[in-house]
Design a protein around this ligand. Sequence first.
Ligand code: FES
Ligand code: MG
Length: 580
Amino acid sequence: MTRKSPDQLRSARWFAPDDFRSFGHRSRAMQMGYDHADWQGKPVIAILNTWSDIGNCHSHFKQRVEEVKRGVLQAGGFPLELPAISLAENFVKPTTMLYRNLLAIEAEELLRSHPVDGAVLMGGCDKTTPGLLMGALSMGIPAIYMPAGPMLRGNWKGKTLGSGSDAFKYWDERRAGNIDQAQWMEIEGGIARSAGTCMVMGTAATMMGITEALGLALPGASSIPAVDANHQRMATHCGRRIVDMVWEDLTPKKILTRKNFENAITVAMAEGCSTNAIIHLVAMSRRAGEDCAVSLDDFDAFSRKVPVIANIRPSGDKYLMEDFYYAGGMRGLMKTLADGGLLHLDAMTVTGQTVGATLEDAAVYNDDVIRPLSNPIYQEGALAVLRGNLAPDGCVIKPSACSPHLLNHTGPALVFDDYPSLKKAIDDPDLDVTADHVIILRNAGPQGGPGMPEWGMVPVPTKLVKQGVRDMMRISDARMSGTSYGACVLHVAPEAYVGGNLALVKTGDLITVDVPNRRIHMDVSDEELARRRAAWTPPPRRFERGYGYMFSQHIQQADTGCDFDYLETGFGGPTAEPAI
Ligand code: FES
Ligand code: MG
């Protein structure tokens, strides 16, 4: 392998020349107490840290970043921490998805504008992983992802609690009058007990796992609980490894091919992944280049051949990410898939080794948590892509998390034009709704939400909950949390707000969702649809200024990953290195 020489380092353009500009860079580094020995001939490593005082899932990053720095120093690099927006899933409104691309821009431009040779990407909470990676892929310098890791299992009176999933479940019980205020408060204090991401197979765990499967994280890194001492050692290892990656010039382009993305889809399916994985992985693959790009149809094709083998909630019934780690973690899962011939073993990783080489000594220690391919928790994959006159560009459902009797369902539509009106109606004891109805929420997509909020797991109307109904068919152009479950059709494209057919449905129209045949259909003639379209008027613009205005000018639909058009790899020529 050829190695870079110190004068070939990107950062040397800032620090090495004997000229007036470089005098400025060096003297201002010295202002911070650094010396020539800190940078001279050394890779400068950017550590993009998504820590903040309200970044609940990343609260250990203040300490972890010191451990990453230690690794960089051990290997002879110069670490520089660069803070990036933390995008705390629970706190950022209307939805972090509005800002995923902002983080992607921030990551790309932080790396481009500073004197850095490589990057450690510290993320984990839902949008931080795709945001950081999309930016780093577009920038193209060597980068390694350091996953935040899942938090510990939740606990309430000896019962295990899972993030999100159990909150929804016990909220239904509270609405049904089975749990009182005092018990609810206890659950509030027991469901999130440590630093780290949601510990079900939600979007965070899915995306951390996918990133490992892509080859962009250290083998095994994604399943280590955030507060385990192994996590600290992993962080230090990331710091050491990125320095070598710089010398080896191991850029994302040299790691990623379509094979890596196919491995990522395979792992996503076997994990019983969050529906959000589709949007993010499509967007990431398009950043990696045309030859890497994957589509909704790829997901559907892989879902038919890869079973769900991670028995983790919400697809599984019992276990959480902590159990997954003890059972062998992502390496155990990938080993199972590899032995079944389902992975490309020659795909490259950040280690400089192939996937196959990194899995050689991997094993499963509990085959109820990571099931063998012969005993999956769900035979067909985690996600299905449906098409039809209600979603000409596709939509997504997670069959593994929905009641089997709803997988082929026809019922009358009950339409809500926006989230506030739905929220108001849902507790109405006189709401005209039965368990057979198909609830439709529209104007909740990328433009309409705005930002495609996680409103897609529309609550079952309280009237029905009291009758014992826990699942019914729901359709929207929104997303849903990876911790959610139920018969929820999501990501309808094109969305209603831009005039997709979803905008034309009326209450009472008969809707069919047929998962085995991948079909979604409203029983309305083409002529009638054309009449309704002629009468449809576009809603007013959501934003008149600011970031939201830019967002609404450039955001693309869910089926192509909701990236901004001008950030895609094929848009214009490559961005030049900054003049110094
Ligand atoms: Fe951060 Fe769920 S809130 S991962
Ligand atoms: Mg989430």
